[in-house]
Write a protein that binds this ligand. Structure first.
Ligand code: ADP
Ligand code: MG
Length: 319
């Protein structure tokens, strides 16, 4: 017999012991009771994942569970926050226990790695959709914002780009079929330790979810400045490098494709020595500079501007 709503919550989502001293009460009441360490601020962020948009009907439930939490944690990473708790709003077309088992395993695996606790949520019947809200904290005044970039700042990214864009394009073109072995190239790794280590060093940060150029333009727009990005400095991710032979196509996918979930951040020149001492320095790529003029320019090695038709993903734009 199919599980009831309450049995489902109990079996898959509420049996974990909460060990955080900042979670006074988790799942089971009308609301959770949460705290934050003294002299810290609470950072809250939320993301929805819908079938057919953020994952495929053929995606493994384990991947969907892990990814749902990971993309939310990526936002906390970009703010320099230490994650602490999350809520899960789940809309399910039916009770499929095999799916739930694997979804819950992926979700809890991610939660364990980043030490975050599931403190509540809601469960309804409907099209498959997962809404997660995450909470974390930073010492007061130390959150890294999109609005802090200054002309002269160097622009860095924390990893290579373009795997998800390339795979999604191949799937859309029917050049390949979905295979769960692709998921290792698609699964996000939230850069939480890096984000924490950039407190006091980075002037601004954002996670790359919509596409490098689109996301940098969010930073330059809110910071009232511009940026020059050097095309030859952009690192291509492994799967893209191995499969795409055209450098122009690779560049376009790496610059305008989404779902890379690396952090893009800016650092003032006088803070560069601090950044060089950062444990993650070797994995970083300096790709550009913040300018005083509006707009984001992608430049080739001869300083000529490269333009693409679209700079990134927009849910409400025709593609
Ligand atoms: P209410 O009727 O007040 O909305 P619910 O019956 O929806 O309460 O939920 C009961 C408890 O189970 C609450 O503490 C809620 O936070 C939790 N809960 C419901 N759905 C989920 C879920 N998908 N994951 C985690 N906790 C959940
Ligand atoms: Mg409810």
């Amino acid at each position: 017999m199919a599980l009831s709503e309450f049995e489902l919550i109990k079996k898959y989502f509420s049996d974990k012991q909460i060990t955080s001293s900042y979670v006074t009460l988790g799942i089971g009441d009308d609301g959770a009771i949460l705290n934050c360490p003294p002299a810290h601020e609470l950072i809250v962020s939320t993301d929805i994942l819908n079938e057919g948009v953020h994952f495929y009907p053929q995606s493994s439930a384990h991947y969907v569970g892990f990814k749902s939490l990971a993309v939310n944690l990526s936002d906390l990473a970009a703010m320099g926050a230490t994650p602490n708790w999350f809520t899960l709003n789940l809309s399910l077309p039916e009770v499929d226990e095999n799916w739930l088992q694997e979804f819950s395993r992926g979700l809890h695996e991610c939660a364990q790695i980043y030490d975050v606790h599931l403190v509540g949520g809601d469960t309804t019947r409907g099209a498959l959709s997962i809404g997660i809200q995450v909470g974390g904290y930073v010492p007061s005044g130390q959150a890294i914002l999109r609005s802090g970039a200054q002309p002269g700042d160097r622009v860095f990214i924390s990893g290579a780009l373009g795997n998800a864009a390339y795979i999604n394009k191949q799937l859309l073109d029917n050049t390949i079929n979905y295979d769960t072995s692709l998921e290792k190239y698609l699964i996000p790794t939230p850069q939480i330790p890096l984000g924490i280590s950039l407190r006091g060093i980075a002037n601004s940060a954002i996670d790359i979810s919509d596409g490098l150029l689109a996301d940098i333009s969010h930073v330059t727009y809110t910071s009232h400045c511009g940026a020059k990005i050097f095309a030859d400095k952009i690192p291509f991710a492994e799967y893209l490098k191995d499969h795409e032979t055209s450098t122009v196509n690779s560049l376009q996918l790496a610059c305008t494709g989404g779902e890379d979930y690396v952090i893009c951040f800016t650092v003032a020149e006088h803070k560069l020595p601090d950044l060089k001492g950062n444990a993650f320095y070797k994995s970083l790529h300096e790709i550009g500079v913040i300018t005083g003029q509006d707009g984001v320019m992608l430049l080739d090695e001869n300083n000529n501007e490269i333009n693409f038709q679209s700079i990134g993903y927009d849910h409400f734009k025709a593609h």
